[in-house]
Design a protein around this ligand. Structure first.
Ligand code: GRF
Length: 204
């Protein structure tokens, strides 16, 4: 389809700095994609505010709003269908994406993780815990990983990685800052790669 912009959803729970960098990079490069939906388990957070300010549909979906897990999943799938979402970027989404949603987007859902997977991934490895573990292990480098999402935490195919040094005197906070800056470069590059893969799949 000529000039077809791939319709993206971002899933966020917090500040949403990766979301902002993605949104800006799409306009600046420019990329054949458009973020049209932000789904969050929190009604008020930096990411949702940014979406609202930028004319992106901001949809609050939390398991707590529903009588059953199935209804929660159905509502997430409905929102994705309603907005014709073709690919999903997880950007600081602090919940496990339901298996049915993962299954609906095979090779079409990316996550960014603040370490060099397969090390320092899995359940409980999020936020500052990751950087604390990296320092405790005496690593000399850390970094960021973008990977496809499958049913297992942080186990999908690795799409891109970038390293940053661990410096003497680093605290979890200073390391987190260096890794986050790396994430902001890496996620747009990974999106570009995904879009290329999607285009190639379309041609075949
Ligand atoms: C990032 O470190 C990302 O790797 C992790 O959560 C953090 C989100 O930060 N999954 P932000 O909300 O994009 O600023």
């Amino acid at each position: 389809m000529p000039n077809h912009k791939i319709r993206l959803a971002v899933f966020c729970s917090g500040t949403g700095s990766n979301f902002k960098y993605l949104h800006t990079a799409i306009a600046e490069r420019p990329l054949d994609a458009k973020i049209v939906l932000c789904i969050s388990n929190r009604s008020q957070c930096g990411a949702m505010e940014y979406a609202r300010e930028n004319g992106i549909a901001a949809v609050h979906i939390s398991e707590k709003q529903f009588a059953s897990y199935d209804e929660f999943v159905a509502s997430m799938l409905d929102a994705l269908h309603e907005h014709d979402i073709e690919a999903i970027m997880l950007a600081g989404y602090m919940r496990k994406v339901p298996d049915a949603v993962v299954a609906a987007y095979p090779d079409r859902m990316l996550n960014i993780h603040p370490a060099l997977l397969p090390k320092f991934g899995g359940e409980g490895m999020y936020g500052i815990h990751v950087h604390t573990a990296v320092l405790a292990a005496g690593e000399t480098e850390s970094g960021a990983t973008v990977h496809m999402v499958n049913e297992e935490y942080d186990k999908g195919r690795i799409v891109l990685q970038e390293c940053v040094p661990v410096l003497s005197g680093d605290t979890p906070e200073t390391l987190a800052e260096r890794v986050l800056a790396c994430e902001h470069r890496l996620y747009p590059a990974a999106l570009e790669k995904l879009l290329d893969e999607m285009k190639t799949a379309e041609i075949r």
